[in-house]
Write a protein that binds this ligand. Structure first.
Ligand code: GLU
Length: 308
């Protein structure tokens, strides 16, 4: 039997070491509201499947989780439509930027995976088709599955994204033309922008995504969120597609499935062991947290945590 690593000690060592490294990233500014964040924030939180907690820095401060929320929408849509989902969206890495239009043209409006913007917009379309009150029902699913009743949308972020989301409008309209958006584009994007606006802390994130480390059951609430088989599928898509055109790099560096967001957050899962979330707002050129990637690489290397 292996001993649990002293994560607390490791967080301190890694953060102290990275203090001397230049953070070459830049806070996202294409969504104006995101540019207001203090670029020096840094949080780490890890929760084990046995419910032990390890924390560092700004771990308890909420921030915009952006695309990390696409894991919630995928989970809910999979529960509702099951494998029919895969007629509308693929499970292959895109190898292209998160908001790219290029592949959609020659792949006839079927997005490569549910985590690029196009794929998440199709997932939102599925939710709009099946939920009575999509914004309310999606939020209730996230609150009840995580056991965190305070999770909410940020109206300011929704506004900010609506006012500047030209590419998302283009992507949605393009897919509508191919017949892969069934509802009104405005309604679908309204749900998509709400999804991206969700605010959570690193601590909240590790609690909310612990089910992916525990075969589909949230060990904190004892709720079964989704079957073990679908948990496998979600983790696999995270491993292959969670970081846009940098998915290979993240898997190579950490050996864990994960998902990032342009708010600077990253969640990673070690099935059977733990869920870890890091937050550092400055992004690299691929839209992933510059320091967050480095933190996770160092932490997983030092603690020898990997699924491989
Ligand atoms: N709301 C962002 C967008 O649609 C999400 C991008 C991300 O976090 O990767 O551009």
């Amino acid at each position: 039997m292996t001993n649990t690593p002293d994560y607390q000690q490791v967080f301190q060592e890694v953060a102290a070491h990275l203090k001397n490294v230049d953070d070459c990233g830049k806070v996202a500014s294409y969504i104006p509201e995101l540019s207001k964040i203090d670029p020096n924030k840094l949080g780490i939180h890890l929760t084990t499947t046995k419910q032990e907690h390890y924390a560092f820095g700004d771990y308890d401060e909420t921030f915009s989780i952006q695309s990390i929320a696409k894991v919630f929408s995928l989970t809910l849509a999979l529960k509702i439509v099951g494998k029919d989902m895969w007629n509308r969206v693929g499970v292959e890495p895109s190898g292209s930027p998160f908001n790219s239009l290029v592949q959609l043209e020659y792949e006839k409006g079927i997005p490569r995976n549910p985590f690029i913007n196009a794929g998440a917009i199709v997932v939102c379309d599925i939710l709009v088709s099946h939920l009575h009150n999509p914004k309310h029902d999606l939020l209730e699913f996230i609150r009840s599955s995580s056991g965190l009743a305070h999770i909410n949308y940020s109206p300011k972020l929704v506004e900010s994204e609506k006012n500047t989301g030209y590419r998302n409008y283009a992507v949605a309209n393009f897919m509508k033309d191919f017949g892969n958006i069934h509802n009104d584009v405005e309604t679908v994007l309204d749900l998509y922008f709400h999804l991206c606006s969700i605010e959570m802390s690193c601590k909240d994130l590790t609690q909310a995504f612990l089910f992916l480390a525990a075969g589909g059951v949230n060990p904190i609430t004892n709720n079964t969120i989704i079957s073990r088989e679908r948990t496998k599928r979600i983790n696999s898509i995270m491993l292959m597609c969670g970081f846009y055109d940098e998915a290979g790099e993240f898997a190579f560096k950490t050996g864990l499935p994960g998902k990032s967001g342009v708010g600077g957050g990253i969640v990673a899962v070690h099935p059977g062991e733990f869920c870890i979330a890091v937050w550092s707002p400055k992004l690299n050129s691929r839209g992933n947290s510059y320091m967050g990637m480095r933190l996770l690489e160092a932490i997983t290397t030092k603690t020898k945590s990997s699924i491989f």
